[in-house]
Ligand binder design. Structure first.
Ligand code: SF4
Length: 141
């Protein structure tokens, strides 16, 4: 499983499939444990995420980590966290449908490898895209 995960990660890190590749600083593939039972999915990387190559960092990420810690969840221990699109849309705009369409294969394959019991969508775009793809969404924020 770890090998499959790493192959996919490397493929994604060099991806040029959509125009977001031209404006990103880093691909933000995901973070956490590859056998997580809970996966959190946001819409796309923001400025700090793009600069650091990690999902949900900065103030929002620290707050999320704090809430997760309160229920004994952490990306170091038992969850995985990623986004619908792996590169930052400029000015934090919503990802365009064609960008989501180009990128969602990475998310599908991440979920196939991780096989979580619960998927938590952080935001309407992530939830809608997963519903359209036929994923079972357990909880929506
Ligand atoms: S957003 Fe996704 S499809 Fe577009 S370049 Fe980044 S990794 Fe590739």
């Amino acid at each position: 499983m770890e090998n499959q995960y790493e192959v996919l990660r490397q493929e994604c890190l060099s991806c040029q499939k959509c125009p977001l590749a031209q404006t990103r600083n880093h691909v933000v593939f995901g973070a956490g444990v590859p056998n997580a039972e809970v996966v959190f999915i946001g819409e796309g990387p923001g400025e700090n995420e793009d600069l650091q190559g990690q999902p949900f960092v900065g103030r929002g990420g620290a707050l999320l980590d704090k809430y997760l810690q309160a229920v004994d969840l952490s990306r170091e221990k038992n969850i995985y966290i990623t986004n619908m699109v792996k590169c930052r849309p400029p000015q934090n705009r919503d990802p365009h449908p064609d960008e989501v369409a180009n990128c969602i294969g990475y998310l599908s394959r991440q979920l196939e490898i991780i096989r979580p019991k619960i998927i938590v969508c952080l935001g309407r775009i992530a939830a809608n895209a997963l519903i359209e793809k036929g994923f079972k969404v357990t909880k929506q924020h």
